[in-house]
Ligand binder design. Structure first.
Ligand SMILES: Nc1ncnc2c1ncn2[C@@H]1O[C@H](COP(=O)(O)OP(=O)(O)OP(=O)(O)O)[C@@H](O)[C@H]1O
Length: 609
């Protein structure tokens, strides 16, 4: 019962939160405007009766009713439409805000790694869906209006004759057939949706500067366009099939409605000819049956739309529910001490993690003790689980089993917030925020940056961004990003330096995570970054913090106090740089490969000797 009405309640809550005034206006104006339409016919009937009986007051009443009904239709109609359009646009924003809030409420990214859920969220957040969800509440009110209008029309006809009232009721099957038309369209949309999405990915790629370049450089553009067109054509064929089927059902529905209206008119003529119907009733019935086709058509249209809106609302309710359940998931019997720097080591025991939908664990039974005040390098081949491991330590993923603790603090669902409070991170998939450089860096700790603006230039210098900022037209105030007409697009390395500077803004950390911090940096910038590791080591020692960095560049690991070598999700080796260089194993193998690659002599040099 609750779950059935939950989506409707959700839509109402969203609309009410957005604008109670507009909700009331829509609730009052739309249905009343609809109900006023049959009253025009009543006005006609009363006025004709007044003319026939020669009663002036009755004539006046009829005309007043007629004019008032017309006024109500226009005034309430236009007020209702205005408020509904405003409400729809604003509610769409409220709902999108709720989704973003719910996603931000997740302390881990576990759920967001689930491809199926991501797809559902992306679909709801797509422009078209957001608009549809925003209009859902107004759409349901329109259905209420259409039902009331239909009900009042039937009642007024019943007032004249029960036979007459039965005729529009007979056309109710048209609504069922309309449902079939909706299902046919819906099925076509479901089939065409993934094809359109794939074509969209190709089109988006081709339209982006980077994708356009790939297409031109490789000469693959024509092939990609052809593939996108094939996908669109296939989607169009699916939709055409759906449209044909829907058209057949709709035609059947509208035919039965037309037959009903014709039957109503026929009965009226027959009854009038037989003297069973007075002139006043005749006038009202003709006016009502004239409207009947429109009333039934409107009912059909609104109920179809309502089905679509309800499906979107159910999707939204399901996704929000899933996200919120995760946020509120209780964990019993856990400690909530806040991890701090200090002397206690960070201890991982029996830690394993498997991504949703994957059969194999990305991190398996990891046991590790990391002393406080140390800089730790995590190395290994592609896909060995380095990012997964550091994300687990940062509290961004929830292990399937095992425990992470530091002193009295254990990382649990309840303590996650405090745990993350002391983490600063530069992740491999860092965000490229197209803001000013200052704003992009300040995101590292918005409050600290507002209180102590001097943190920003210092963080830029530490990240090696200062020289780039000097060359930008407005320094720190330069607008970044090619989406803005006055925006400056940055190089991959400059974006990475901004992300690095962001991680340096936070001051009160005990865990500093850098996942491939130099992947986009040039040789000089990379050398400066690792040179500055001495500062980081000193900082770690001073506060008892831990700095973790993931790197493919094994030479950089010489700076670390400890190196963790991962192989297929398990720890293959742990030791100091000296220990690992001198022991046989994966670290030595990988180092040998890298060194031999850097040692390759240029062919021209070889030829000269
Ligand atoms: N979101 C995800 N969903 C499913 N599997 C994932 C996801 N992210 C990573 N994996 C898988 O987990 C394994 C470990 O990935 P991870 O990113 O931790 O490796 P890595 O050592 O950091 O690799 P790289 O050096 O390429 O960055 C890989 O097999 C990868 O395919």
């Amino acid at each position: 019962m609750t779950s059935r009405f939950a989506p409707v309640l959700l839509l109402f809550r969203a609309a009410w939160r957005t604008s109670p005034r507009n909700v009331v206006t829509v609730l009052v104006c739309d249905p009343l405007g609809r109900v006023a339409e049959p009253l025009v016919a009543v006005g006609v009937g009363v006025a004709v009766a007044g003319v026939l009986s020669g009663s002036r007051p009755q004539q006046l009443l009829g005309v007043t009713l007629f004019v008032t009904a017309l006024l109500l239709i226009h005034v309430l109609g236009s007020l209702g439409i205005r408020s509904r359009v405003r409400l729809e646009a604003e509610t769409a924003r409220t709902i999108d805000g709720w989704l973003i809030q719910a996603m931000l409420g997740l302390r881990t990214v576990d759920l967001l790694q689930d491809g199926a859920l991501r797809e559902r969220i992306d679909r709801i957040r797509s422009r078209e869906r957001v608009d549809l969800t925003g209009s859902a509440f107004g759409g349901l009110v329109l259905v209420v209006g259409a039902v009331l209008q239909f009900g009042l029309t039937v009642l007024l006809l019943a007032e004249v004759s029960l036979w007459l009232a039965l005729i529009p009721v007979l056309s109710v099957p048209a609504l069922r057939w309309n449902g079939r038309a909706f299902s046919a369209e819906d099925h076509a949309d479901e089939t065409a949706g993934p094809l359109v999405d794939r074509a969209g990915v190709l089109a988006e790629h081709l339209a982006s500067p980077a994708g356009g370049l790939t297409a031109r450089a490789g000469g693959a553009g024509a092939g990609l366009v052809r593939r996108a067109e094939e996908l669109w054509d296939e989607a169009d064929r699916c939709r055409d099939r759906g449209d044909r089927s829907a058209f057949a059902w709709t035609l059947a529905g509208t035919s039965i409605i037309s037959l009903s209206v014709a039957a109503a008119l026929g009965w009226t003529a027959w009854a009038a000819a037989g003297g069973k119907l007075g002139l006043a009733d005749l006038a009202m019935v003709i006016a009502l049956t004239g409207q009947l086709g429109i009333v039934l058509g409107n009912l059909m249209q609104q109920t179809t739309r309502a089905r679509r809106l309800m499906r979107v609302a159910r999707d939204l309710d399901g996704v929000l529910g899933e996200l919120q359940r995760q946020v509120a998931a209780p964990t019993a019997g856990t400690r909530q001490e806040e991890p701090r720097g200090g002397r206690e080591p960070l201890v991982l025991s029996g830690l394993s993690y498997t991504y949703p939908g994957r059969a194999v664990s990305s991190v398996s039974a990891v046991n590790l003790e990391i002393p406080s005040g140390s800089v730790v390098a995590v190395v290994g081949e592609n896909g060995s689980g380095k990012t997964t491991l550091v994300k687990l330590m940062a509290g961004l993923l929830t292990p399937d089993c095992g425990e992470i603790s530091k002193g009295a603090a254990t990382l649990t669902a309840e303590s996650r917030r405090q745990w993350q409070q002391g983490v600063t991170a530069l992740m491999q998939d860092f965000g490229r925020y197209e803001l000013t450089v200052r704003e992009g860096v300040a995101l590292g700790d918005v409050e600290a940056a507002a209180k102590r603006p001097e943190l920003l230039p210092a963080a830029c210098t530490r990240a090696g961004l200062d020289q780039d900022v000097e060359k930008l037209p407005d320094g720190l105030e330069t607008q970044t990003g090619s989406r803005w007409s006055h925006g400056i697009d940055l190089s991959g390395g400059q974006w990475q330096k901004i992300a690095l500077a962001r991680s340096y803004v936070r001051q009160d950390w005990w865990l500093f995570v850098m996942d491939e911090p130099s992947s986009a940096l040039d040789v000089e910038a990379e050398a400066r970054l690792f040179d500055r590791f001495r500062e980081l080591t000193a900082q770690c020692r001073a506060v008892g913090g831990i700095a973790l960095f993931v790197s493919h560049r094994l030479a950089a690991t010489a700076q670390a106090d400890l190196i963790v070598v991962l192989d297929d999700g398990v720890i293959a080796q742990v030791g100091t740089p000296g220990e690992l260089r001198n022991s046989l194993g994966l670290y030595q193998e990988l180092s040998a490969i890298q060194e031999s690659n850097y040692d390759v002599r240029h062919p021209l040099d070889s030829a000269a000797t």
